[in-house]
Design a protein around this ligand. Structure first.
Ligand SMILES: Nc1nc2c(ncn2[C@@H]2O[C@H](COP(=O)(O)OP(=O)(O)OP(=O)(O)O)[C@@H](O)[C@H]2O)c(=O)[nH]1
Length: 430
């Protein structure tokens, strides 16, 4: 998305830039004799011993050279010279690309071709200050063959060969040189028949771009490269941030998951625990038994199962209240727990009835444990000075499938103990 927008913006900028550089970002310098320090003069062949006469007069926006060509000099001529800088200071034309001219000519037989000169100064050849020593760059313009306004590329100006022949120069100075142009001049062609001639200059201006097309294109390429590089860096940073964010998120989720798991384990543990006595409840017992049965681990067997039921508990409740009854239940459970081995399990089956699981214990051994418990219960202190006894039923389980039947057998044995007078331990028959 961002890349698409960037490409769009760059494309629009590029098109706008190219258009602006071509049509708006142009520099224009008038060289028609009206600029500051620009002087227009007429020169004729009288200085060469001829008799032609030229005169320059302002004409509206421009200048008009009136020239009377007369026989006398071998190549009679008149010349309209425009000085481009103050006191012979030249202009550097490297920032310009073309010379825009609106110029016309006339002679006795109609328009005549003109010779246009740009004269450059360089101490290497024009130290004397003489106009004749300035390097002339020349082209011939026939106004009758051109549009009213003509754009002359500066590259079309060539060093005049007659001048180069008279002043041989080292190769590096012999080519076109427009770094200090002192004069722009319009000259009648040589070898004209006598008569009245005119050159009418209406417009002369140098035109160029603020930034050359090549530099501008280079700048655009730079802009594209810079922007794309910037985008790549930005995108790399974004990806790193996204990655760091997703890692942080993943860690946070992991932490939350662990916390939830711990919480749900706590809840599960609470659900399996009897709130009053702190030992497993029936659900916890069934869960543990299920695990035992599922594991089918022979190492657990023989498994001794003991049902323990407080005698005449209803009477305790009735005579001393439920709070005392609860306290009796708590102490009863605590006694069971403290008399069991670590791998044994005590659970509240319901009401005042408890179950003991003793892995790897033979029923005979479980009977001994139950007897010890029974003794403990009778001797220990109870609230309200009570004497609390319990009846026990013991059964043995040899394998996982027998667990339910063994539980029932232990329960039955416990009821038999009750029936036989309570406060006793009875083992279920094999
Ligand atoms: N305080 C208290 N009493 C409970 C709780 N659970 C069950 N009981 C009571 O325990 C009593 C059990 O009475 P019974 O089932 O008649 O048995 P019992 O009185 O112990 O008589 P035998 O078992 O025949 O010796 C009932 O009165 C229940 O209300 C408990 O959590 N707290």
């Amino acid at each position: 998305m961002v890349l698409r927008r960037l490409l769009l913006v760059l494309s629009v900028l590029t098109l706008l830039g190219l258009y602006a550089n071509a049509f708006w970002m142009t520099r224009v310098l008038r060289v028609d004799g009206h600029g500051p320090d620009q002087v227009v003069t007429a020169v004729d062949d009288r200085g060469e011993g001829g008799r032609s006469e030229g005169q320059v007069l302002p004409d509206g926006e421009g200048w008009r050279l009136r020239c009377e060509i007369r026989a006398g000099y071998e190549w009679p001529f008149c010349d309209m010279q425009l000085a481009l800088g103050a006191e012979g200071q030249g202009l550097d034309l490297s920032a310009f690309e073309l010379l825009r001219l609106r110029v016309s000519s006339s002679g006795p037989a109609g328009p005549v071709p003109l010779r246009v000169f740009l004269r450059n100064r360089d101490p290497a050849y024009a130290g004397s200050g003489q106009v004749a020593d300035l390097k002339p760059h020349e082209l011939v313009l026939d106004p009758s063959r051109e549009a009213q306004t003509v754009d002359v590329p500066l590259t079309q100006f060539m060093v005049a060969s007659w001048w180069a022949q008279q002043r041989p120069l080292p190769l590096k100075l012999s080519g076109p040189q427009l770094n200090e142009v002192v004069l722009l001049s319009f000259t009648t062609g040589g070898g004209l028949p006598p008569g009245r001639y005119e050159i009418h200059l209406q417009q002369a201006e140098l035109r160029g771009h603020w930034i050359s097309a090549a530099s501008f294109r280079l700048g655009l390429i730079g802009l594209w490269m810079f922007s794309l590089l910037g985008y790549l860096l930005w995108e790399g940073r974004q990806s790193r941030q996204k990655l760091a964010h997703s890692i942080r998120r993943k860690l946070a989720l992991q932490r939350a998951h662990i916390a939830l798991q711990a919480h749900s384990e706590d809840l599960a543990a609470l659900a399996h625990r009897d709130a009053l006595t702190g030992v497993s409840n029936r659900m916890g017992l069934e869960h543990d038994l299920h695990l035992l049965i599922r594991s089918q681990d022979d190492m657990l067997f023989p498994l001794a199962l003991v049902f323990a039921d407080i005698d005449r508990f209803k009477l305790i409740n009735d005579q001393h209240g439920h709070e005392v009854g609860d306290e009796v239940l708590r102490r009863f459970a605590a006694t069971l727990k403290s008399n069991l081995q670590r791998e044994d399990l005590a659970a509240r089956w319901g009401g005042e009835e408890f179950v003991l699981l003793m892995p790897q214990t033979h029923a005979d051994e479980a009977v001994v444990v139950a007897e010890r418990l029974r003794e403990c219960l009778r001797l220990q202190e109870w609230p309200a000075g009570l004497v609390v006894t319990a009846s026990f039923g013991v059964a043995q389980c040899e394998s996982a499938p027998e667990v339910d039947a063994s539980l029932r057998a232990a329960d039955r044995a416990m009821y038999q103990a009750k029936a036989q007078g309570r406060d006793r331990v009875l083992r279920a028959g094999p």
